[in-house]
Design a protein around this ligand. Structure first.
Ligand SMILES: C[S@@+](CC[C@H](N)C(=O)[O-])C[C@H]1O[C@@H](n2cnc3c(N)ncnc32)[C@H](O)[C@@H]1O
Length: 357
């Protein structure tokens, strides 16, 4: 998924840096999990993974990829689906369920249609152009049906989160935004006017199921013990919750009060202390001091709000610290930003071998 700070393209380099230093273990905590890309990678390397994030959308991805550890069978659901799409016997249970959701549901003009499509917001001074009318009503129909199935106990918890993750991953391919959801585009992007379709997601089946949390990770410090803690906090002042508010609302589907041009939901309880310099340094100190692990890895870059010298002085108090730097083209939500800007950015990995008395 397109997500600020997604580490998919850096994983091999992070792993190489660990291997070169003999850093390994059995348990891994992805402390700021986002898309869960890091935890998925380490689950596939055989680790038992823990993960957490303030955002519920991340929790849905974590549940689908980390906690869930098998292809869904939909044993209760499939017998009650009408065969409107003439699913073939050869299709997997997942394909059958997605075919049903794609082809057999009448559109519903629900919360997403009413707040994020042009048709639903036509009375506003500036109608919201996040989704086409048809796609918004289709997303409402799919989201409501997933909830009905779950409430009626026709889905297991794992199946529920697999379907929500599938919806999330696909919605992000049909929204009229330039990367993040803090604004919609004023002209239709060709991607947003294609008819919405759910495609299956690639699950992550490993030796060990993971454990997912939707919490402020500092509240988990006393609870989780792991060989490696991987910290990938926000690098700057941009809070994640407002930048992904539409995806958060689609998965929560809790009819929040929304306001402003973009239809923002309240995110006062999802603010990260890593988005302000002073509180970020204090939080880092808290992790370095209290993390129950052997190694603490911190991803950051040379333009982040915590200065390198301050990070170093905090980490060095708690263990042997090394800084590894990678050249890396940073994620841009605005594709018009000149690519030459990317050259100056260094992605950093602080590696701390903790000294615990
Ligand atoms: C740089 S992103 C992580 C990206 C992730 N590694 C990936 O590859 O997708 C930072 C994440 O930290 C989360 N976050 C910020 N502060 C947090 C906190 N105190 N506890 C839990 N999650 C937090 C944000 O919601 C965001 O998803």
């Amino acid at each position: 998924m397109r997500y600020l700070g997604n580490k998919t393209k850096l994983l091999e380099r992070i792993y190489d840096a660990m291997e070169q230093r003999g850093i390994n273990g059995n348990t891994f905590f992805d402390v700021f999990s986002g898309t869960a890309s890091v935890a998925k990678f380490f689950k596939q390397k055989g680790y038992k993974v823990f993960s957490s994030d303030l955002l519920y959308l991340s929790y849905c991805l974590q549940r689908a990829y980390l906690t869930n550890n098998k292809e869904p069978e939909f044993k209760k659901l499939i017998p009650i689906l009408t065969d409107c799409c003439m699913a073939s016997l050869l299709e997997s249970p997942m394909d059958k369920v997605l075919a049903y959701l794609n082809k057999c549901l009448p559109d519903r003009e629900g919360f997403i249609y009413k707040n994020y499509s042009v048709g639903g917001t036509k009375d506003l001074k500036q109608p919201r152009m996040y989704l086409s009318d048809e796609n918004a009503a289709k997303i409402d129909a799919i989201r409501q049906v997933i909830e009905e199935w779950y409430k009626n106990e026709n889905l297991t918890e794992d199946e529920y989160y697999v379907l929500l993750a599938c919806l999330l991953e696909n919605v992000s391919l049909f929204t009229n935004v330039a990367g993040v959801y803090a604004a919609f585009q004023k002209k239709w992007d060709p991607r947003a006017i294609k008819p919405f379709i759910l495609k299956p997601i690639e699950l992550c089946i490993g030796n060990k199921a993971g454990k997912a949390f939707n919490k402020n990770s500092s509240d988990l410090l006393s609870e989780i013990e792991a060989d490696i803690f991987y910290l990938d906090p926000p690098y700057n002042k941009r809070q994640y919750a407002p930048n992904y508010h539409l995806l958060e609302t689609i998965v929560k589907y809790d009819n929040p009060e929304v306001h402003g041009i973009t239809g923002m939901r309240d995110y006062s309880k999802q603010k990260s202390r890593f988005c302000h310099k002073e509180s970020a340094l204090a939080e880092l100190e808290n992790f370095a001091k209290n993390a129950k692990c052997n190694y603490l890895l911190l991803s950051y870059n040379n333009e982040g709000i915590m200065p390198q010298k301050d990070i170093m002085s905090i980490l060095k108090k708690h263990g042997e610290t090394e800084l590894v730097e990678f050249n890396y083209a940073r994620y841009k939500s605005n594709s018009k930003v000149k690519s030459t800007d990317n050259k100056k950015v260094k992605e950093q990995l602080y590696i701390v071998k903790l000294l615990r008395l």
